[in-house]
Design a protein around this ligand. Structure first.
Ligand code: GTP
Ligand code: MG
Length: 236
């Protein structure tokens, strides 16, 4: 039988002591506060996309957004990135230098939906676009495609307004599928047939881009037929 009093966690807490836990909580409060501001900023951005999805759904009778994912960079990744870039390990250094603490990934049906949503977000008067990288028009040498925006968005707290940066990545389902598998495959870098793998991944990226073009064309034809039918029935 497990004696709860002898679990390692209990040992640790006894060792730190209740005062120690309190001081640990106090010392990490500014960090936890900053992370909570980033979470609020992600919520604001996610809501903006839900609003656009709702509106465009009414207009075009389909959802341009398949799904939205949000993620907050882990403390380990933040530390690793600050160290790698030789930046000070401070909270202001995080805010001033790392623009991908808050990440929102918007998975769209078609490439044209990506541009429509990105343009709509960028045009909103509380949004400031800091950076735009179009890896769809200009894919990375390995084949990676996606549209990246770094935006600044205000969050309203009980006694202040803060401007927070959020990285938004727009991908189609096929871009996202490729990127997540490429990430897993690339993880095992020391594979002997790296050249073959890189060539294959690039080839798969071109097939994925071709699929996006063909599916978008099918969507265009289907909308045209629907519009013609609507016009016919309205004329009757
Ligand atoms: P850092 O912001 O310093 O990481 O570099 P950067 O600004 O040059 O990065 P970039 O904007 O090009 O990419 C940032 C994010 O896009 C990464 O964290 C990944 O999520 C994604 N990404 C970029 N390139 C690739 C790629 O080749 N493969 C995959 N799977 N994801 C990528
Ligand atoms: Mg970046």
């Amino acid at each position: 039988m497990i004696n709860r009093n002898e679990t390692p966690l209990h040992g640790l807490l006894t060792h730190i002591g209740s005062k120690g836990v309190q001081s640990l909580q106090e010392r990490t409060l500014p960090y936890r506060e900053l992370m909570s501001y980033y979470r609020c900023a992600m919520m604001e951005v996610e809501t903006k996309f839900n609003v656009l999805n709702e509106e465009l759904n009414l207009k075009y009778d389909r959802n341009p957004i398949e799904s939205i994912k949000t993620r907050l960079k882990s403390p380990e990744s933040i530390l690793e990135k600050l160290n790698r870039k030789g930046l000070p390990l401070t909270l202001s250094s995080i805010e001033e230098n790392l623009f991908d603490i808050a990440g929102v990934r918007v998975i769209c049906s078609h490439p044209s939906d990506i541009y429509r949503l990105a343009d709509a977000l960028s045009a909103q008067d509380d949004i400031r676009v800091i950076e735009r990288k179009d890896y769809i028009a200009h894919p990375k040498p390995n084949g990676y495609r996606s549209l990246h925006l770094i935006v600044e968005i205000p969050i309203f707290l009980h006694d202040q307004k803060r401007l927070m940066k959020v990285e938004v990545q727009f991908r189609t389902i096929s871009m996202d599928w490729w990127a997540s598998l490429e990430h897993k495959i690339r993880y095992k870098k020391d594979l002997p047939e790296m050249e073959f793998i890189e060539k294959e991944l690039f080839e798969c990226a071109s097939i994925s881009a071709d699929l996006d073009r063909r599916m978008e064309e099918l969507q265009r034809i289907s909308s045209q037929i629907r519009d013609a039918e609507d016009a016919y029935f309205t004329a009757e």
